[in-house]
Design a binder for this molecule. Structure first.
Ligand code: RB5
Length: 143
């Protein structure tokens, strides 16, 4: 898969490690920054990732900041994005199986790197359940 990844300063180290892990698995990674631990504003990195997912320039996205909430709130302003926050691997499974999240969001300051990688792997390999969950996600857009 071609996976976009975006982060703020709080998740720079995790981004490097997760991107390397994804590349080892054979995925292509598009890095939307940020590229250091210098303090930045997460929307500056969330919006370009969201636009790339919406345009189909990447297949899916991973976003991280300290709590994950800044990234998730920003990403979910885009109509083509379902960004879901996960902090353990069961939620990583459910955020794909039930919500079909096309962007996985994680709180880098509140989970271990090992957990972040487990969540990433689970989300990537879990299929969407469809059925009643499809009906529910179809009701998400504001009419
Ligand atoms: C940065 O200090 C922090 O506010 C940010 O990483 C994130 O947690 C915001 O939602």
């Amino acid at each position: 898969m071609k996976i976009g990844i975006a982060n703020d300063h709080a998740a720079y180290e995790y981004k490097l490690k997760i991107a390397a892990h994804l590349r080892r698995l054979g995925h292509e990674v598009v890095d939307f920054g940020t590229g250091s631990e210098v303090s930045v504003d997460y929307p500056d990195f969330a919006h370009p990732l969201a636009k790339a997912v919406e345009a189909g320039n990447v297949d899916a996205g991973i976003a991280m900041c300290g709590t994950g909430n800044g990234m998730a709130i920003t990403l979910n302003h885009h109509p083509g994005i379902r960004a879901g926050l996960a902090w353990n691997s069961e939620i990583g499974r459910l955020v794909k199986a039930h919500n079909n999240a096309n962007v996985l969001v994680m709180p880098a300051r509140f989970i271990s790197l090992r957990m972040a990688i487990r969540i990433t792997d689970t989300w990537l390999t879990t299929p969407f359940d469809g059925g009643r969950h499809l009906r529910r996600i179809e009701k998400i857009p504001v009419k």
